[in-house]
Write a protein that binds this ligand. Structure first.
Ligand code: HEM
Length: 499
């Protein structure tokens, strides 16, 4: 061995030892969560398997409520079970209310060079965006709920007719129709009913962009969490950029038109309501000005977060109804008994349609369409369930684990809507409170009430008018396809008219 090699080896050994000792001193007295062994560079991504929520359930059993993994380049803790997720979500000082700067977040941000809303870090800009959006949504889910009711009812009735017309004799993929239904509803809700714009042209562009975004941001998507990959396959990132540019163009048109025609006494839609609530909000006026670009991005986030989630949830519901026809018959009988056939189901019927509500909850529980919520991020060093979580750690709220906690649900793998009924006449409050489909805490879904109204009306109106049937040769596989929002495998159904 040459002298030079010996010197090099000594320097290297000293360097590693110093690093190790420094780390040891820094971590003295700290207690970090354990986790499975991962790989260098890619971390645990290759171990996620075809069904990451199931893999995480196994790790939960072995390593406990809080375990650690590496999500590509990111140190990550996964929080499991009701108690741990609740305490992480309710952590004082919003310790875990941030969002990591994944590749997708970067692409979203670069359009305006500041935090976006749903994927934005916890900042004054984010807080203001959330405040304006929730105020605008609240207007339509409480005081003026008749606007949503009228919109959803009319779209859902047309949708039921289309389903019967298209799939009465020949089975077909109804998910594509569901996607169009939900996108049309949310589009009109945000930008106005019966607008003269070409809704369908816009809707197609939005659907495409959302699909690309969903693929990129799904749990375990390497491109999202390995930042260097964007230089290896730059065209993937470019595709998403182009899709965003197309949808931004649509929104710019809409926002422009809203500013030109805005009248404070006539709030037509969410875009108007955000402009109005900004005008009323004196707080932070000097620090935050609602520019057109900001309004664009807030609307883009409501659209992005609202469409794919509601659409996939509704698709899962129809799939489960075809798979479990006895449950579907019970829903139909309840609607028939309580509402009849002379008029459509309305929001005022919701308290009476207890079993129907239980079915919606049970599909959302068993599937848990967003099993890992949106990624959270530690804004500071903090303790969680006795463990240390360092600043800049990604924090995953495992919502799937909350919905599949054996001690609480007893038979979480069975599809059994009755579990939500306390006495056959009302919903079991404890079970309802154990549902985290919309997450929990400060970053809980801002569109929860809108989504619940939309799901209840769309699902009940279709159940009232249609019978959904599994074709003889269809298997109806319930295994999900991973993404940000988990979808079902493509399925075909027959749809017959009731009565
Ligand atoms: C079935 C439908 C829906 C489900 C299951 C759902 C679920 C979720 C979940 C799990 C989160 C992440 C919360 C967290 O970070 O912990 C979220 C965030 C969000 N959702 Fe929803 N959502 C639905 C519909 C909607 C709708 C209709 C809208 C609006 C039109 C919406 C807007 C948002 C926004 C803006 C965020 C980000 C909130 C923030 O970061 O502060 N969602 N949603």
């Amino acid at each position: 061995m040459s002298e030079f090699t010996i010197v090099l080896a000594t320097v290297f050994t000293v360097f590693i030892t110093v690093l190790f000792l420094q780390r040891l001193l820094q971590n003295r007295g700290k207690r970090y969560p354990n986790g499975p062994f991962g790989f260098p560079i890619v971390g645990h991504l290759p171990l996620f398997g075809n069904n990451p929520p199931k893999t995480f359930m196994k790790w939960w059993k072995i390593y406990g409520d809080v375990f650690s993994i590496r999500l590509g380049s990111w140190n990550t803790v996964v929080v499991n079970g009701y108690n741990a997720v609740k305490s992480a979500a309710e952590h004082p000082d919003d310790a875990f209310s941030g969002r990591p700067n994944f590749v997708s977040t970067d692409i979203l941000k670069e359009r305006i060079k500041e935090d976006t809303f749903a994927f934005g870090n916890f900042s004054p800009v984010y807080l203001k965006q959330r405040k304006l959006a929730s105020k605008a949504l609240r207007l339509f889910t409480s005081k003026r709920s008749e606007i949503i009711e009228e919109l959803v009812t009319s779209e859902a009735k047309d949708f039921a007719d289309i389903l019967v017309k298209k799939y009465n004799r020949h089975s077909g993929q109804i998910e594509l129709d569901v996607q169009t239904l939900v996108t049309r509803i949310i589009y009109q809700f945000l930008y106005g009913r019966n607008k003269t714009v070409d809704v369908d042209r816009h809707v197609k562009a939005l659907i495409k962009a959302l699909e690309e975004f969903n693929d990129l941001t799904g749990s375990g998507s390497p491109l999202d969490v390995l930042p260097w990959l964007r230089y290896v396959i730059p065209w993937k990132v470019d595709e998403l950029r182009k899709s965003f540019a197309r949808t931004d163009e649509i929104m710019t048109e809409q926002v422009q038109e809203h500013y030109e025609t805005f009248a404070p006494g006539n709030i037509r839609d969410v875009a108007d309501a955000i402009i109005a609530s900004d005008a009323d909000d004196e707080e932070n006026k000097d620090r935050y000005v609602l520019t057109r670009a900001r309004l664009n991005l807030t609307l883009a986030d409501l659209q992005g977060a609202g469409v794919d989630t509601t659409n996939k949830t509704l698709s899962w519901m129809f799939l489960y109804m075809a798979k479990f026809p006895q449950v579907q018959e019970r829903v139909y009988t309840e609607i028939n008994d309580k509402v009849g056939t002379a008029r459509s189901v309305m929001l005022k019927d919701k308290p009476d349609l207890v079993y129907t509500n239980a079915v919606i909850l049970e599909v959302m529980r068993i599937v848990t369409q967003i099993p890992f919520s949106l990624p959270h991020y530690a804004m500071k060093n903090a303790k969680l369930q006795g463990y240390d979580v360092d600043k800049d750690t990604v924090v995953i709220f495992n919502l799937f684990s909350v919905h599949h906690e054996k001690e609480f649900w007893k038979d979480p793998e069975s599809f059994r809507p009755e579990r939500f009924l306390s006495d056959g006449k009302s919903l079991d409050e404890e079970k309802c409170n154990h549902m985290f489909a919309f997450s929990h805490g400060r970053r809980r879904c801002v569109g929860e009430f809108l989504a619940k109204m939309n799901l209840f009306l769309s699902f009940s109106i279709v159940m009232q008018k249609c019978k959904i049937i599994k074709p003889v040769d269809e298997k109806l596989d319930l295994t999900p396809i991973p993404g940000l929002v988990y979808s079902s495998k493509p399925y075909k159904l027959l749809v017959q008219e009731r009565n």
